[in-house]
Design a protein around this ligand. Structure first.
Ligand SMILES: NC(=O)c1ccc[n+]([C@@H]2O[C@H](COP(=O)([O-])OP(=O)(O)OC[C@H]3O[C@@H](n4cnc5c(N)ncnc54)[C@H](O)[C@@H]3O)[C@@H](O)[C@H]2O)c1
Length: 306
């Protein structure tokens, strides 16, 4: 197996579980947001950029992976808005480069980390399923949508099998608490230090928060199921920022009131995912409720991890 972005939050959690299950794992990561200490010592690590054609091609030729789990990406929606060129370079061209190498070295399957949280746009009363109309509003979402289409092209023309997993808002140990994404990681580290919590807007905005171990399990199931399918990976529950604050304050014993700031332009009000297909096709269900996932995440950050 080869995991791009295997030094990052989700990728490194996937790598650890693959190794526990006795798979041989190669990690390809440029360490731009991933960390050396996340890289499992039992994996073989290449510090490389997915955009680097020569290097990626040489690594694939040498390692001949059976399955590629493509996680490497610039993950900040606001960076994509500020610099669409940079976002497309990593998130579209980098992905095409990986797909090219998959075809050349006859990879059996590619599993792609797409984004249900950005690809559907604003959600209504019912959660979107995989057939719902797409409306990506940011360059980040547009890039995920494009790569999904490229993958379908590579599958149709070069018979590369795939499973595309559209994640909700993933949270848990190793998420970067300093970025723009990852509100649970940001709140956890701030609350544990007794710092103020800023909320942009009225806190009623809702997201589908899915715990990282559940996302790892969806990837494991996708190794042998869900051939050439696009599958939402979330909880089907929309949780507000105010509810997160309540659960997290109680768990940590944090008593400060949040500081409400003006709403961020372009931010969605509601995003959540219908997960019926994941249940049917992958036999997958999220096992971690928000209270339990938050507790585990807080324990991780309490241990001094950042
Ligand atoms: N975290 C979420 O809520 C979420 C939701 C939907 C989709 N995703 C997707 O899941 C994947 C993993 O995200 P994450 O949250 O673990 O983020 P992350 O930033 O922790 O992981 C991304 C990894 O990719 C590496 N990387 C970035 N640019 C690279 C490049 N040019 N070449 C090689 N490696 C590079 C980084 O160093 C990092 O290790 C991404 O594709 C992301 O878009 C994440």
């Amino acid at each position: 197996m080869l995991v791009t972005g295997g030094a990052g939050f989700i990728g490194s959690n996937i790598v650890d579980t693959l190794l526990e299950k006795e798979h041989k794992v190669v990690v390809l990561d440029n360490l731009s947001s991933g960390k050396k200490e996340n890289i499992n010592k039992k994996s073989k690590f290449y510090k490389a950029d997915v955009f680097d054609r020569k290097n990626v091609s040489a690594i694939f030729k040498k390692e001949k992976p059976d399955v590629v789990i493509h996680n490497a990406a610039q993950i900040d929606v606001r960076v994509s808005v500020a610099d669409p060129f940079f976002d497309a370079k990593i998130n579209i061209l980098g992905a095409i480069n990986v797909l090219d190498s998959c075809v050349k070295t006859k990879v059996r399957k590619v599993i792609f980390a797409s984004s249900g949280g950005t690809i559907y746009g604003e959600c209504d009363v019912s959660a979107p399923n995989e057939e719902s109309k797409l409306n990506p509003l940011s360059p980040y979402g547009i890039a995920k949508n494009s790569v999904e289409n490229y993958i379908k092209f590579y599958s149709a023309v070069y018979s590369l099998d795939y499973t595309i997993l559209r994640y909700g808002n993933v949270y848990g140990p190793r998420q970067d608490p300093y970025g723009e994404a990852g509100v649970i990681a940001i709140f956890a580290t701030k609350m544990l230090r007794g710092k103020d919590i800023n909320v942009f807007g009225d806190g009623k905005q809702m997201r589908d928060y899915v715990y990282v171990s559940d996302v790892v399990n969806a990837n494991l199931k996708a190794l042998n199921k869900g051939k050439n399918q696009i599958i939402n990976v979330g909880t089907s529950k929309a949780v507000s920022v105010n509810r997160l604050l309540e659960v997290m304050s109680n768990a940590i014993g944090y008593s400060k009131k949040a500081v409400y700031k003006p709403k961020r332009e372009g931010e969605l009000f509601k995003s959540f995912l219908n997960i019926d297909k994941a249940k049917k096709v992958l036999g997958w269900m999220p096992k971690t409720c928000i209270e339990k996932g938050i507790k585990k995440t807080i324990e991780y950050f309490k241990m001094g991890n950042k």
